[in-house]
Ligand binder design. Structure first.
Ligand code: DX5
Ligand code: ZN
Length: 219
């Protein structure tokens, strides 16, 4: 968890050939796969849930880390289902529940790494309140809900703030608008986990694109 990782996001993969698409980036060196879950409530789109996560889990080597990003209301209802479907880490949104402290506990109880996410408009102070329960802090660099948006520059200041708040040992993840151009800016601000959806799976050669972003991010 303490190393740098570029995590390709399945949101921009071909969902009818999900395992094949993911294997292309795994063969190129990716060890973390970002799995975006949307419920049509917290964000308008609906994507996939534990059933698809379990199918992907079965199709991939054990060593691949499945990084689940829950963009859903009341995430406390779903933690056990995602954990038993094969999540390695589960990240939920601070805006989606008043019970961040309890849900972080719940995720660790389920034997997963615990992550908390904040949208661009949410101040980062909550990370400080739960610092000892946090394996990963996700600073959204776009508004959640859609792939292919541009990184919001002011979020990089927030990454800096969170890095000085949490010290060197916590993974800080950026998600949204990350590509070979923006990854170095995120790294300079203190990010260590870089999610990239359209920049990987939207490219003609996802494997080469993964490798270019990983090189740019200093992985
Ligand atoms: C957006 C999702 C992201 C998405 C990023 O709400 O959380 O993980 O896949 O897409 P890109 O990398 O295209 O901005
Ligand atoms: Zn995501």
């Amino acid at each position: 968890l303490n190393h740098r990782h570029v995590a390709p996001s399945i949101l921009s993969a071909d969902l009818a050939n999900l395992a094949d698409d993911v294997r292309r980036v795994v063969d190129a060196g990716a060890t973390v796969i970002h799995f975006d879950v949307m419920d049509g409530q917290f964000v308008p789109p609906i994507t996939v849930g534990p059933v698809v996560l379990g199918a992907l889990r079965d199709a991939l080597p054990e060593s691949i880390y499945l990084d689940v990003h829950l963009m859903i209301e009341t995430p406390e209802r779903q933690i056990e289902d995602f954990a038993s479907a094969g999540a390695d880490g589960i990240t939920f949104h601070a805006e989606a529940t008043p019970h961040a402290h309890r849900v972080l506990h719940q995720i660790r109880e389920a034997d997963c790494r615990a992550g908390l996410a904040v949208c661009p408009a949410t101040p980062p102070g909550i990370f400080e309140e739960v610092a000892d329960l946090l394996d990963l802090a996700l600073v959204m660099t776009v508004n959640p809900g859609w792939g292919g948006q541009s990184l919001i520059p002011s979020t990089l200041e927030k990454v800096k703030t969170v890095r000085s708040m949490l010290g060197p040992d916590v993974a800080i993840q950026v998600d949204g608008g990350v590509d070979a151009e923006t990854a170095p800016l995120c790294a300079d601000a203190g990010a260590t986990w870089f999610v990239a959806g359209s920049a990987v799976f939207g490219a003609d050669d996802p494997a080469a694109s993964y490798q270019a972003i990983a090189a740019a991010a200093g992985v």
